[in-house]
Design a binder for this molecule. Structure first.
Ligand code: SF4
Ligand code: SF4
Length: 363
């Protein structure tokens, strides 16, 4: 069974606007292939994601034909009543009267303190009791020990949304494997985010790609990443942020659990990719708006990774960097305030890495 969920974080664009013609076709195709789960959040696209849910999904399909998950911006809450105000605004933006799944967005050490201070879990329980949220939970970006604490303190949650992919499975920073095992221990359903690590696992270094091609010449690299997470029994939904029809159709193909030979291939490919990825940025862009210097952080990291992986291509990348700095701050404009780093789910030392970027592109 395909556990694919439609993530509304990265939507198809036409210039600066959402390409509704393509998005509508993708939503219809997803539903006609048996998909039901859609995921959005208050902060995605500065609210445009929730509006896109209303326009592309809710207005065009029967409410009982899909399952809608939304998230409270847990860190923006300053009083219990704020939770209700956000929730009501979200219902209105999405054009619905209830959510099938409602999550506290982005729990980590700091945000968990805010949630506890303002009783955000009590708000979730209230919603569930009133039928306004069928299932409740949280999305999570911190270590396995804290996850264990939260799930022990709050056995009422039904679902945890975790970043899981084969590259992060044994990562000391993300602890995807350990977090999964904690969720499993507590008997929670797992919704997976970033299964393809922001597209990183869709385009692999040639040596890693060759390992997979030797076994299945025709399968895409992304399909290996999706099969890895779909093989995990506690996983109920695998979110993919798709912005082309080709990605959607590829993701909708049948998925069977990885066998022992395929698991071994994933391990070998993962080791190669890790060795060749200088900065593990997923391109989520959560950091960007917090930078007072308007530095195009994820774009510069992508360029830097490309140059590290293909040193002979630096002549192609340098003009792209030069064009970017006409519109954004340069890497060397970074003042080291680190306000970006507090919002990076990958725990990347952004300021330090920008120093490296500047050394390469601002010689
Ligand atoms: S540390 Fe650098 S990149 Fe990060 S917000 Fe501050 S100036 Fe911007
Ligand atoms: S640096 Fe971190 S927050 Fe910024 S785009 Fe990359 S992964 Fe996302």
């Amino acid at each position: 069974m395909n556990k694919l969920g439609f993530g509304f974080l990265r939507l198809p664009q036409s210039g600066e606007a959402i390409d509704y013609s393509l998005l509508n076709t993708m939503v219809d195709t997803f539903l006609s292939h048996g998909g039901t789960y859609f995921d959005t959040a208050y902060t995605y696209g500065d609210g445009q994601s929730e509006i896109a849910i209303r326009e592309s999904l809710v207005k065009r399909h029967a409410r009982e034909s899909f399952c809608l998950a939304d998230k409270l911006p847990s860190w923006k809450v300053n009083a219990y009543e704020d939770c209700r105000q956000y929730f009501e605004e979200q219902l209105e933006r999405c054009g619905v009267t209830f959510f099938d799944v409602y999550l506290l967005h982005w729990l980590n050490h700091d945000n968990y303190q805010i949630c506890e201070k303002y009783n955000e879990f009590a708000f979730l329980r209230e919603l569930k009791a009133a039928g306004k949220a069928k299932k409740i939970g949280f999305s999570y970006h911190d270590n396995a020990a804290l996850l264990d604490t939260i799930l022990t303190d709050h056995p009422e949650v039904d679902i945890v949304q975790l970043q899981i992919n084969y590259l992060d499975w044994d990562s000391a920073a993300i602890e995807a494997g350990n977090c999964y095992r904690v969720a499993e221990k507590h008997g929670k359903s797992v919704v997976v985010m970033e299964p393809v690590k922001g597209g990183t696992l869709a385009k692999l270094p040639p040596e890693a790609e060759a390992i997979f091609r030797e076994i299945h010449p025709d399968q895409s690299m992304a399909s290996w990443a999706l099969r890895f997470v779909q093989s995990l029994p506690q996983v109920e939904v695998v979110l993919s942020g798709m912005n082309t029809m080709q990605q959607l159709l590829d993701n909708l193909q049948d998925v069977s659990p990885l066998n022992a030979e395929e698991q071994a291939a994933v391990q070998r490919a993962s080791a190669i990719i890790t060795a060749q990825t200088a900065i593990p940025c997923t391109g989520c862009r959560y950091c960007e708006s917090y930078c007072p210097k308007h530095i195009a952080i994820p774009d510069y990291f992508a360029m830097y990774n490309e140059v590290c992986r293909y040193p002979n291509d630096d002549w192609k990348i340098q003009p792209v960097y030069n064009a970017f700095v006409q519109q954004h701050g340069k890497a060397s404009d970074c003042v080291g305030c680190k306000s970006c780093e507090r919002h990076c789910p990958q725990h990347i030392s952004i300021a330090d890495h920008l120093t490296q970027v500047a050394k390469v592109f601002e010689r």
